[in-house]
Design a protein around this ligand. Structure first.
Ligand code: NAD
Ligand code: UDP
Ligand code: UDP
Length: 315
């Protein structure tokens, strides 16, 4: 037990974080989950709580943290627009003060650190699909900016700690990911549509539904994150992780209605401001550097996610 790697996961109670903790425990590592439960609860980690290799620390990463670990995955940050816009100043603080604290921790320990960045750094893109070399088109003062600019500045901090202090860094630009353990009231499109379909309530399509997204199943994404962390030190990223299978929001709504056997009708609602019109990852760098590509097709991933939400609904 004392020889195993000790890994910190900030945001470890969240959707992606809890799957990551599970995967790292399976690999035999000691896992320290750090979370203030802002958009989650201990429910996602209840199955690991009795595992002696797992420890939960309730902590807000905008404050310093002194622990001893070998690797840090920095995932703490609300990810759904509804949640990150609820307290936008706290979102920026989490992105920036949180990154500084975790980078300071990594610097003291000479630990490797991975940042969960986002496709949002590309904003509403003029280049399609988006390669890592594209600098993006982001509104600095809009309602999404606390998240987009926060994540962009976090990338800057990671690269400056790398250049200035020789820190071993890894940056993953994560595209829309879905799967079991998303919170039913998370507010993101996949969980909204599935819950609405199960309850036979109107499916809320924002705008005319012609905007596109490319959805990656959670297991594929987590595998990519671990591959990136365990890649050669010279692989810093940023590196796109996502599934390039692109579809419109209206196509997603129809597929969810059909797969749930739902009586729901589509209801159009206003498009929120700065909502990107299209998004699709260019994943050639991940294929080249990590030999990674997603394997789970949308239909299979949606089925697993619908089964999970059905379980919650019937509980
Ligand atoms: P989530 O909201 O389910 O999880 C985020 C977790 O971070 C929650 O448990 C929350 O309580 C915690 N948290 C928030 N602020 C914190 C703070 N100040 N201190 C400690 N903990 C804090 O979201 P998710 O989908 O699991 O996203 C995880 C990470 O991946 C985020 O950084 C997000 O930006 C990034 N990401 C996710 C997606 C996606 O599609 N899921 C896409 C791009 C990027
Ligand atoms: N920090 C932390 N844990 C540590 C070391 C540092 O939380 O183990 C925080 C601390 O709050 C500090 C920040 O990380 O302000 C940045 O650390 P760094 O060493 O880069 O800067 P400095 O301490 O000089 O401000
Ligand atoms: N969306 C929608 N209905 C919803 C939730 C979201 O039509 O109930 C749209 C949203 O406007 C966006 C897309 O679905 O165009 C993806 O939204 P999400 O919040 O999941 O993630 P984003 O990629 O915008 O961060």
């Amino acid at each position: 037990m004392f020889n195993s790697k000790r890994v910190a996961v900030t945001g470890g109670c969240g959707f992606l974080g809890s799957h990551l903790c599970e995967m790292l425990l399976k690999k035999g590592y000691e896992v320290i989950c750090i979370d203030n439960c802002f958009t989650s609860s201990k429910k996602n980690i209840e199955n690991f709580m009795s595992n002696p290799m797992f420890e939960f620390i309730r902590h807000d990463i905008t404050f310093p943290l002194y622990i001893e670990v070998d690797e840090i995955y920095n995932l703490a940050c609300p990810a759904s627009p509804v949640h990150y816009q609820r307290d936008p100043v706290q979102t920026t603080k989490t992105c920036i003060h949180g990154a500084i604290n975790m980078l300071g921790l990594a610097k003291r320990l000479n630990a490797k650190i991975l940042q969960a960045s986002t496709s949002e750094v590309y904003g509403d893109p003029e280049i399609h699909p988006q390669p890592e070399g594209y600098w993006g088109r982001v509104n600095p003062i809009g309602i999404r900016s606390c998240y987009d600019e926060g994540k962009r500045c976090a990338e800057t901090l990671f690269f400056d700690y790398h250049r200035q202090h020789n820190l071993k860094i890894k940056i993953a630009r994560i595209f829309n990911t879905y799967g079991p353990r998303m919170h039913p009231s998370d507010g993101r499109v996949v969980s909204n549509f599935i819950m609405q379909a199960i309850e036979n309530k109107p499916i809320t399509v924002y705008g005319d539904g012609s905007q596109t997204r490319s959805f990656c199943y959670v297991d594929d994404l987590i595998r990519g994150l671990v591959f990136l962390m365990e890649s050669d030190d010279k692989v810093t990223g940023p590196i796109n992780l996502g599934n390039p299978a692109e579809l419109t929001v209206i196509e997603l709504a129809k597929q969810v209605i059909e797969m749930c056997g739902s009586k729901s009708e589509i209801e159009f609602k206003p498009l929120p401001s700065d909502d990107p019109l299209k998004r699709k990852p260019d994943i050639s760098l991940a294929a080249q550097e990590l030999s990674w590509s997603p394997k789970v097709p949308l239909e299979k991933g949606l089925k697993a996610t619908i089964d999970y939400f059905m379980g919650i609904f019937n509980a």
